[in-house]
Design a protein around this ligand. Structure first.
Ligand code: SF4
Length: 62
């Protein structure tokens, strides 16, 4: 499972980084996914996805 942040949509609000700093980090005002395999071990990734105000976070299933 891979987590993606749509760079066009992200407004850099920082919510995802606050909720899961192991997976997300803000860089130049946009959230980057810093964990290759965000398995939701330390957070509820669905919760983070639902909390993004612009629905920029998505999961890619491989
Ligand atoms: S919660 Fe969404 S809009 Fe906010 S920084 Fe994360 S990806 Fe960007």
């Amino acid at each position: 499972m891979k987590v993606k942040v749509d760079q066009e949509k992200c407004i850099g609000c920082g919510t995802c980084e606050l909720m899961c700093s192991q997976c997300f980090q803000l860089e130049n005002g946009k959230a980057q996914v810093i964990a290759d395999d965000c398995s939701g071990a330390d957070c509820d990734i669905q919760d983070v996805i639902d909390s993004c105000p612009v629905e920029a976070i998505s999961i890619e299933k491989e």
